[in-house]
Design a protein around this ligand. Sequence first.
Ligand SMILES: CC(C)(COP(=O)(O)OP(=O)(O)OC[C@H]1O[C@@H](n2cnc3c(N)ncnc32)[C@H](O)[C@@H]1OP(=O)(O)O)[C@@H](O)C(=O)NCCC(=O)NCCS
Length: 201
Amino acid sequence: MSRTILLRGDHVSLALPIREDFQDLSLWNDPEYRCYGSKPNAVITEDPEERIKKILKNWHREHYFSIIRNGDETFLGFLSFSSLISAQELHIGLLRERGKGYGTEAVRLGLTWTFAIKNVPTVVLFVTTDNKRAIRAYKKAGFKEVAVIPNMLCIGYTYKDMLLMLAQQDTWLKENRAFVEDCLKRSGYPLDALPPLHIIQ
Ligand SMILES: CC(C)(COP(=O)(O)OP(=O)(O)OC[C@H]1O[C@@H](n2cnc3c(N)ncnc32)[C@H](O)[C@@H]1OP(=O)(O)O)[C@@H](O)C(=O)NCCC(=O)NCCS
């Protein structure tokens, strides 16, 4: 099945999800994925067809991407944004091929989407303080640490502290300009709107 690619990076791309992406339900039960507080429940309990319909219907307020490896088009995981007042909250989970730099690149593509294409001023995320790999990936992608919120997440009978991280449009676009320009060019978006890179409202 051919994919609708929305942003193309060096090694991975962000694409519209297709129903097959929701079918390998065993991956959603991955203990590592679950222990960091991601929310796979909707995907586990819902029919993939229904899930896709909902995602497409809600696309204007909750952008949901599949992360695809370039070349062989292997589906790696999901990246999404949900609205938090006027900021956006980023969520990501790789179901396979972790630790190879794909997560960091996908987050940078996600920030390119929100900052350069959607013109959103602020993106935040929450990550449990014990999720060292995710924190490292987020920092490499340009997120800054803001504060630790004690006991924010309850998993089973255990409370976990969460780190609030922030990326801001002006600073991030300045620091990542070459990446953003390459990515927009490769993905077929015009560059003449730079800066502040408003392309789609
Ligand atoms: C979090 C996630 C998206 C990161 O993507 P990834 O492709 O695995 O990460 P990357 O390979 O891009 O970067 C990981 C970095 O963390 C480092 N790292 C790995 N384990 C680490 C640890 N225990 N402590 C510190 N750093 C660690 C790696 O060395 C790498 O940094 P480097 O490039 O400087 O060497 C992915 O691992 C994932 O989906 N995990 C499960 C779900 C999850 O935790 N989602 C986030 C919820 S907020």
